[in-house]
Design a protein around this ligand. Structure first.
Ligand code: NAP
Length: 334
């Protein structure tokens, strides 16, 4: 292997509140020469995700914090350039957790081969990847079924739009909230939502009560905060909450007090289930069969926002907290 260089994004300081470009740097590194049982991969698409914000804090969580001065990690899909391991050959498409960089050297166990039959390959970061699986796991967790009225926040995002499309395919009535009229129209016209509203134009509880006067059976929570409080008020007796995320609080320096109406959990005998998608990896094959089949049959749409170039990756990440994406936010590398 001739001398190779790669650019990578590193965290140089921990954000206080909203991340800024000053928290990151773009560094250039020379790759080591390839050894036996190693594979050289060129990333084609890298993922930026809201959960990464939590890893930028220095604190105990379900994943360790990112280290300062080291390249960030995250989902990526790439192609094998050179291989000294029998498991992979040049041209193979692979997913890894070695995102935020252009090239990397890995051992075979760090890579997973994916089919090129489904295109674009960025689908393995979105509908057929971690965020699609999060939607699928969440719906299964509370057994969403035909006839349920399902309310989804962050509905135009990566997890939300798939959760909505899958709920529709299960025969549910689906309501979504998102942060602009453009997103509302997209949910109604392209993702099959029955109703969608812009949570920024008025109190969520009022808009939700207007759209679901008889209440909701399931709330798929991607944002927490005011929207969770509204859902607690609107859920019917025996209603279920899928606790998936709480992006409205990710940039708060202090934890916010919980919902003022949590007592609805008792009076309406509600169930709230939280989960982390990586605990469900033993079901990945089942997820890929089901959701891959729906994608191939044209029954499920892969929605994504593509930003170009590693130098734009930080802006894409920050953009998640400004609602700049529709569907999965991915960075396409040149
Ligand atoms: N439990 C798990 O294993 C798991 C796995 C993956 C993701 N998640 C969580 O699922 C949620 C969605 O993730 P994703 O990857 O699909 O991201 P995403 O929804 O594609 O992107 C983030 C979106 O959040 C919305 N947003 C930003 N700030 C907000 C605020 N203050 N209030 C309300 N909405 C806000 C923006 O849309 P608007 O324009 O609509 O505001 C933005 O487009 C996140 O909370 C994430 O942490 C959980």
């Amino acid at each position: 292997m001739s001398k190779m260089w790669s650019r990578e994004i590193r965290l140089v300081s921990r954000p206080n509140g909203m991340p800024t470009t000053a928290n990151f740097t773009l560094a250039q590194v020379e790759l080591d020469s390839l050894q036996d049982q190693q594979v050289l991969v060129r990333n084609l698409f890298i993922s930026v995700d809201p959960y990464m914000r939590g890893r930028m804090n220095d604190g105990k969580s379900y994943v360790p914090p990112f280290e300062l001065g080291k390249p960030l990690e995250g989902g990526a899909v790439g192609e094998v350039i050179e291989s000294r391991a029998m498991e992979f050959k040049p041209g193979d498409a692979v997913t890894s957790n070695c995102g935020w960089r252009e090239y990397f050297i890995a051992s075979p166990k760090e890579l997973r081969r994916v089919s090129r039959d489904v295109q674009p390959l960025s689908v393995y970061l979105g509908a057929l990847g971690m965020t699609g699986m999060t939607a699928w796991v969440g719906l299964n967790l509370v057994e969403v079924k035909a006839g349920d009225v399902v309310f989804i926040s962050g509905a135009a995002g990566a997890v939300g739009n798939v959760a909505g499309q899958l709920s529709k395919l299960r025969g549910c009535r689906v309501i979504g909230s998102a942060g602009s009229m453009e997103k509302v129209m997209l949910l109604r016209e392209e993702c099959g939502f029955d109703i969608a509203f812009d949570y920024k134009v008025g109190p969520v509880v009022e808009q939700l009560n207007l759209e679901a006067p008889d209440g909701i059976d399931v709330y798929f929570d991607n944002v927490g905060g005011e929207t969770l409080e509204a859902a607690l008020s609107t859920l019917r007796v025996h209603g279920r909450i899928i606790a998936c995320g709480g992006i409205s609080g990710y940039n708060e320096s202090k934890p916010r007090p919980g919902p003022s109406n949590l007592f609805n959990m008792v009076t309406k005998t509600l169930t709230m289930k939280g989960f982390i998608v990586r605990d469900w990896l033993d079901r990945q094959g089942e997820f890929e069969d089901e959701v891959g089949g729906l994608l191939r049959a044209g029954k499920l749409k892969n929605k994504e926002t593509v930003v170009r170039g590693i130098s734009q990756a930080v802006a894409a990440f920050i953009g998640l907290f400004e609602g700049k994406n529709v569907g999965k936010m991915v960075v396409k590398l040149n």
